[in-house]
Write a protein that binds this ligand. Structure first.
Ligand SMILES: [Zn+2]
Length: 452
């Protein structure tokens, strides 16, 4: 297994600004340095619009939904695929898929682990064998990206991120999401969007073979595409469930995935997720679909009993997720907070990596230390506590945890101050190899929660 440390999430959040932090705010730091932002910005500029359009178009996969849109004649049988009604030829669709694939691979790295890829492909291929469309080749890839996402390209290429793999608990959940993505390809949703004239930037990319896109094609158009995609999301929920069921999976497990998305909507999630929350209707409809599919004589379950696949998933995927390191990360932060409570500067700083610094606030390890020296000097007593709401996998040796930190300071002049702040702490594991537990985890930075 050869995994490089993933660079800080590029261009997805607010790049600076915001009010100055309170309680632990000297910790607040962007993992993305100014120069890196600029370089990343330049590098991505050319493909940004195209990729963004696909991110928006397909990232809704996990999140969008308005049940009203599905109240068409097709609702009579949600498990019947609608593969027709597209003017573009299959070869055109495949050509477009290849073009977009090139752009995706400029933006993302593939996750470099053959066992994990083989596992995802095996499940994907099984599901695809039940797809209502068999005139194209379905192919599956894992992207080396910590964000939670899954999307399908025209022509059958399906991507999932390693970020999304960290939120699944079993194989049936993964199968549910892959089945959903396959369904977008089955019903040729992206081609239907193009046909509707909503994706001229994509057409431009194909017809001009990568020449600069004209100005004026902006995100607004992509957002419009997104809203058009909501009915398609519900269609794909139904077909995806059917394929997972026919493949022998406990297909209602996908409901847990959407509930998890819904839960994350309330805390900190990427912006594209926030703008397309999972609503109760979508969860309810998935429940209805699950009840319905089991009554259908024409849709036989692929196994009895149906499979959840917890053990296999844990064995293959968990070593690639933060879950392995979860307790160590928590204890590192707790030790640091405890040291703050004891006004133990040395103890606290021993948990902070010396590389810690921020380009936003221009903090350094030294300045960070100084800020706590000052704080300790002005206070009689500090009590601090930390709660962990979620974790995000960044790389084998870096994990981000969403923390809510409460701090009460009793000053020497009798004043009492209390703060609770939410922040994302990024920890790195100090050690030369995977097996080396070394000195445990150190805090390297705090991120902007809006980038979560
Ligand atoms: Zn979708």
């Amino acid at each position: 297994m050869n995994i490089s440390v993933f660079p800080p999430p590029p261009l997805r959040g607010r790049l600076g600004g915001g009010s100055l932090p309170t309680a632990f705010h000297p910790l607040l730091a962007s993992p993305l340095k100014g120069e890196e932002v600029n370089r990343a910005s330049l590098r991505c500029r050319r493909v940004q619009i195209l990729i963004l359009s696909f991110t928006l178009l397909f990232s809704g996969c996990a999140h969008a939904g308005k049940v009203e849109r599905s109240k068409s004649r097709r609702e009579k049988d949600p498990f019947e695929a609608s593969t027709g009604g597209v003017l573009f030829s299959k070869s055109y669709e495949e050509k477009l898929g290849q073009e977009v694939k090139k752009e995706v691979l400029k933006q993302y790295k593939l996750y470099d682990d053959s066992d994990l890829l083989a596992y995802v492909r095996r499940i994907g291929a099984t599901l695809a064998s039940f797809a209502d469309r068999q005139d194209i080749t379905y192919d599956f890839y894992v992207l080396d990206d910590p964000l939670i996402n899954a999307f399908a390209l025209p022509g059958g290429t399906i991507y999932i991120t390693r970020g999304i793999l960290t939120i699944f608990n079993n194989e049936a959940e993964l199968a549910g999401v892959l089945g959903h993505e396959i369904s977008h390809v089955v019903e040729r949703h992206s081609m239907k969007h193009m046909q509707g004239g909503m994706a001229t930037d994509l057409l431009w990319a194909v017809f001009t073979k990568g020449r600069e896109m004209p100005l004026g094609i902006d995100i607004g158009r992509n957002l419009m595409m997104m809203s058009f995609g909501r009915g398609d999301e519900l269609r794909s929920d139904a077909l995806g469930m059917k394929y997972a069921y026919k493949a022998g999976y406990q297909a209602d497990q996908v409901i847990s995935v959407f509930q998890e998305f819904g839960r994350r909507d309330q805390s900190f999630v990427p912006e594209f997720l926030r703008s397309h929350p999972v609503d109760e209707n979508r969860i309810a409809q998935l429940g209805d679909l699950w009840a319905l599919v089991q009554t259908r004589q024409d849709i036989p379950p692929g196994a009895s009993p149906l499979r959840t696949g917890v053990e296999e998933y844990e064995k293959v995927v968990f070593p690639h997720t933060y879950r392995t390191y979860f307790p160590q990360v928590e204890s590192a932060m707790r030790e640091m907070i405890a040291a703050v409570g004891r006004r133990d500067l040395e103890g606290m700083m021993s948990r902070v990596d010396r590389k810690f610094r921020s380009s936003w606030l221009n903090l350094s390890y030294k300045e960070f230390k100084k800020s706590y020296e000052d704080r300790f000097a002005a206070t009689e007593r500090i009590t601090a506590d930390v709660q962990f709401d979620a974790f995000r996998f960044l790389a084998l040796d870096a994990v981000s945890a969403l923390c809510r930190v409460s701090e009460t300071r009793v000053h020497t002049d009798g004043r009492v101050e209390s703060d609770t702040t939410a922040e994302i702490a990024t920890f790195v594991k100090r050690g030369k190899s995977e097996g080396d537990t070394g000195a445990g985890w150190r805090l390297i930075s705090l991120e902007d929660p809006s980038k979560w």
